[in-house]
Design a protein around this ligand. Structure first.
Ligand SMILES: [Zn+2]
Length: 170
């Protein structure tokens, strides 16, 4: 039984045992309404970390958890940002082009806390090459940082890969 269901059950049992005055129902209406609204909020799917305003399950989860390939470099960029927030090193390495891929990222020990992503530009110069300019905000030990980067992507056998990027100093 979920916590909310247990609370409801307790409320119903308690209400059956007490002789209620009309004003008691009014007093009770507020916390019960708040409890109900709260349970509605927690039932909603969480938004994807990539700031697409979509639920994670219909956004980056398609690529991180269900082996779909991102159709554009921008979608790959978003999914890689989400992978950083979730410390999904496996996905980051799998979507990194073999010519520049590091052996490991050691994300398990990374102290970065990612706060949000803004895509500034997505340009595809030909069917198999694209750049994505983005700003990613993060904190390290309580200090806020901006990562402003232009990333390069290539497509091979219908799959986009991250190649490398130029970090811009704002
Ligand atoms: Zn996403």
């Amino acid at each position: 039984m979920r916590r909310d269901d247990r609370l409801w059950l307790c409320t119903i049992i308690t209400m059956g045992r007490i002789r209620w005055e009309p004003r008691d129902y009014v007093t009770l209406a507020y916390p019960i309404t708040a409890l109900y609204m709260n349970s509605r909020v927690t039932d909603q799917a969480p938004h994807c970390p990539c700031n697409s305003n979509q639920p994670y399950r219909t956004c980056c989860s398609r690529f991180l958890d269900r082996d779909e390939f991102a159709a554009t470099a921008e979608l790959l960029m978003r999914s890689r940002y989400t992978a950083y927030t979730l410390k999904r090193e496996d996905y980051l390495l799998a979507t990194w082009h073999r010519s520049t891929r590091p052996a490991s990222l050691d994300l398990a020990n990374a102290s970065q806390h990612w706060l949000g992503l803004t895509i500034k530009r997505h340009e595809q110069s030909n069917p198999d090459q694209a750049i994505v300019e983005f700003i990613a905000r993060h904190k390290i030990n309580g200090r806020a940082f901006l990562l402003h980067e232009i990333s390069r992507f290539v497509r091979e056998q219908n799959r986009w890969f991250y190649v490398d990027g130029d970090i811009l100093s704002d």
